[in-house]
Design a protein around this ligand. Structure first.
Ligand SMILES: [Zn+2]
Length: 421
């Protein structure tokens, strides 16, 4: 579905969008670990014919109505089954990929955390580093163009978080006490049980998104630890979306943008050009900070018919944040998207997939559904050294199977991946 930017503000265009969201209510409790990072994978399975693509991207939501019924399908690209000329094989190809390890691959020079004490010390050091680097900075975006002709966004900020995401999570009182966050917290506390909101934050041990989960990973359905994406029904929280509803579909999703030529090569703009050439539509999970530096890329994403979804403001692992910080991460990004596009997204992807029942409950109370990706279908496209295996790995995913959602990133190597697959 193509939607021109000039039309985005149209109430009609918006009204056609399916409803989403839900309210949560119920409790659980907390636990520890390390956010796993899927290891690369090698497959000897012959790559099936490359897919020709088609498309269906859903369109972001408008502001007002707060639906109550969750809508399912994220988005995406329909991949036709193998061509009839495909030689008959020995049945469905089963691709077995290594499971993510409990401990992420150490980064050179990085400390490996193995105890709670180490995790606490690392978290304290990270907090000190953030303070030293100036996370207290806030900015004014009054000079940023605002879309005209749409209903006013309630509590539109006048002061915004630091766009430099490397400086850490939103942590200044002025921002956390702003009307935007206060109103968001009111929605959360009205919809979510205290027991869920009292799950204590986990420890963020480094700048790579690794988390030491101090609670009960199973009970709280912490996805990085247990791959749990369907909380117990009694918790009253929606499960994460991890697949496409129709068989043979590829949920094409790109995280961490937008970017432009000034800060990335190839950038989101190059990716958009490649997508247009191949007539594909995708979902972009965008980060608030980068939007400040490349608003034109966000506009182009939407204008060219892609879906815009939220991926936080600072790309911090959300289980490490307070409830107010999580609300701030989501709503400042939502507000900025609304300021620029005049629409409000309906889907959210937690950075690093770091989600538990507390985070899910907050996401849901703010009207979002959480989208992860299918089992190990992380293309690992941000690791250039692994690039030679990326295309092969992705091609092995194109087999007769339920629809899947794969993780790509819109900054760098993904452009090559897209072109070659
Ligand atoms: Zn991300």
């Amino acid at each position: 579905m193509h939607v021109k930017v000039a039309l985005l503000a149209s109430a009609l265009a918006v009204a056609a969008v399916p409803a989403f969201a839900q309210q949560t209510r119920s409790p659980a409790v907390p636990p520890p670990t390390v956010v796993p990072q899927p290891t690369p994978q090698q497959s000897t399975v012959p790559a099936p014919p490359r897919p020709t693509v088609i498309v269906t991207a859903t369109v972001p939501m408008p502001l007002p109505p707060k639906p109550t019924v969750p809508s399912r399908p994220p988005v995406t690209v329909v991949v036709p089954p193998p061509a009839p000329t495909t030689p008959a094989g020995p049945g469905p190809v089963v691709v077995t990929l290594p499971a993510a390890t409990a401990t992420a691959t150490p980064v050179p020079g990085e400390e490996v955390i193995t105890t709670v004490e180490q995790a606490r010390a690392a978290a304290a050091a990270a907090a000190a580093r953030i303070a030293a680097e100036g996370a207290q900075a806030a900015i004014n975006l009054d000079n940023l163009a605002t879309v005209q002709g749409v209903p006013a966004y309630p509590n539109m900020p006048t002061v915004w978080p630091d766009p430099n995401e490397s400086r850490g999570a939103i942590n200044i009182p002025e921002l956390l006490k702003a009307p935007l966050v206060v109103a968001g917290m009111a929605k959360v506390t009205a919809a979510v049980s205290p027991a869920l909101l009292e799950i204590p934050p986990s420890l963020h041990t480094d700048q790579y998104g690794r988390v030491w989960y101090t609670g009960n990973t199973a009970q709280n359905c912490h996805w990085p630890s247990t791959k749990c994406h369907t909380p117990d029904a009694s918790v009253g929280v929606l499960p994460d979306i991890t697949s496409c509803p129709a068989p043979n579909t590829y949920g094409l999703t790109y995280d961490d943008g937008p970017s432009n030529a000034a800060n990335a090569s190839p950038s989101s703009l190059d990716l958009l050009t490649a997508l247009a050439q191949q007539q594909q539509k995708a979902t972009f999970f965008v980060v608030g900070g980068p939007i400040v530096f490349a608003p034109e890329a966000l506009v182009r994403m939407y204008a060219e018919g892609h879906e815009i979804a939220v991926h936080s403001w600072t790309h911090s692992p959300l289980t490490t944040l307070t409830n107010e910080q999580i609300v701030a991460e989501i709503l400042y990004t939502e507000a900025l998207i609304y300021k620029i596009l005049g629409v409000r997204p309906r889907y959210f992807r937690p950075p690093y997939g770091d989600v538990d029942n507390r985070v899910r409950a907050i996401i849901g109370a703010l009207g979002y559904e959480s989208i992860l990706w299918t089992d190990v279908k992380d293309t690992m496209d941000t690791s250039p050294a692994q690039f030679p295996t990326l295309v092969t790995n992705v091609q092995t995913w194109f087999v007769q199977q339920p629809g899947f959602i794969a993780l790509q990133h819109s900054r760098k190597s993904i452009l090559r991946l897209l072109v070659q697959t």
